[in-house]
Design a protein. Structure first.
Length: 269
């Protein structure tokens, strides 16, 4: 049974590979045996953890500049990675933007919320994911095999609890943007669209929706969030790796169009 989870010699693409969760997906795929093409914006600096992966896995991990809001940039990255590795059979659409609650400067009340901020979030999270599927994911169709994993969010299915943030200081209360959850909900529906469109071609498409991942959040936020989770804690990065490999591998050969919530039960209340 363990062989069903192996990704030996497969080619995987991860967008937003140098971001918060990007290295988590990259490491999981490399540990399972895949070669990984790591895509991210030009000039994005790798974390120490990502550098460690480069040192550990050598030529099995290669980085490519890619702006997922620019079709030419995606096409260029796709051509380069195919020349280096061959056609991809795994695609992890991880690149996205959120709204960190650590800056007072960009706060606004709901009726003054900048349409430019909303447009940018939709352009990256939804339209960017769509374009990567069009350009890279579509190449799986003639191969007759492939797994596309779109990274969603629990906020695709439930509304943010604004009380998580009401302790934060600032002239205006922090407001979690409606655009984040809406854009991720769009990604979930996009998953279903391509799952039905390409299912007969052997290409599976699923969403992996993490709950809150433990990081540098302030103590009050952690306490509030954890009290809302049936398992009583925030996610550790290792909690996300198994579900990703399940969706990427033959172990989930009969799973497509699914939104897999990895949230400790957060959305069960």
């Amino acid at each position: 049974m363990n062989k069903e989870f192996q990704l030996n010699d497969q080619v995987a693409v991860v967008t937003g590979a140098r971001g918060k969760l990007g290295p988590v997906w990259v490491e999981a795929l490399l540990d399972a045996g895949a070669h990984v093409a790591a895509l991210d914006l030009p000039g994005t600096l790798p974390s120490s953890g990502f550098k460690a992966l480069e040192s550990r896995f050598g030529e099995r991990l290669k980085c490519y500049d890619c702006d997922i809001t620019n079709r030419e940039s995606i096409s260029s990255a796709s051509s380069s990675l195919v020349n280096d590795f061959g056609e991809a059979t795994i695609l992890v659409n991880n690149a996205g933007v959120d709204q960190p609650p650590d800056s007072d400067g960009s706060r606004s009340v709901i009726h003054d919320l900048s349409i430019d901020q909303i447009r940018h979030m939709v352009e990256v999270n939804f339209l960017g994911t769509l374009q990567v599927i069009q350009i890279i994911g579509s190449k799986m169709v003639p191969l007759g095999t492939g797994s596309i994993i779109n990274i969603g969010s629990v906020y695709a299915s439930v509304s943010p609890d604004q009380r998580f943030y009401d302790h934060l200081s600032g002239n205006l209360p922090f407001l979690k943007s409606p655009a984040y959850g809406a854009s991720k909900a769009g990604v979930v529906n996009l998953t279903k669209y391509f799952a039905t469109l390409w299912g007969s071609k052997g290409v599976r498409v699923n969403t992996l929706s993490p709950g809150g991942v433990l990081g540098e959040q302030d103590t009050q936020f952690k306490e509030k969030y954890t009290s809302r989770v049936p398992l009583g804690r925030m996610a550790q990065t290792d909690d996300l790796k198994g579900p990703l490999i399940f969706l990427a591998s033959r172990a989930s050969a009969y799973v497509t169009g699914h939104d897999l919530a990895v949230d400790g039960g957060f959305t069960s209340w």
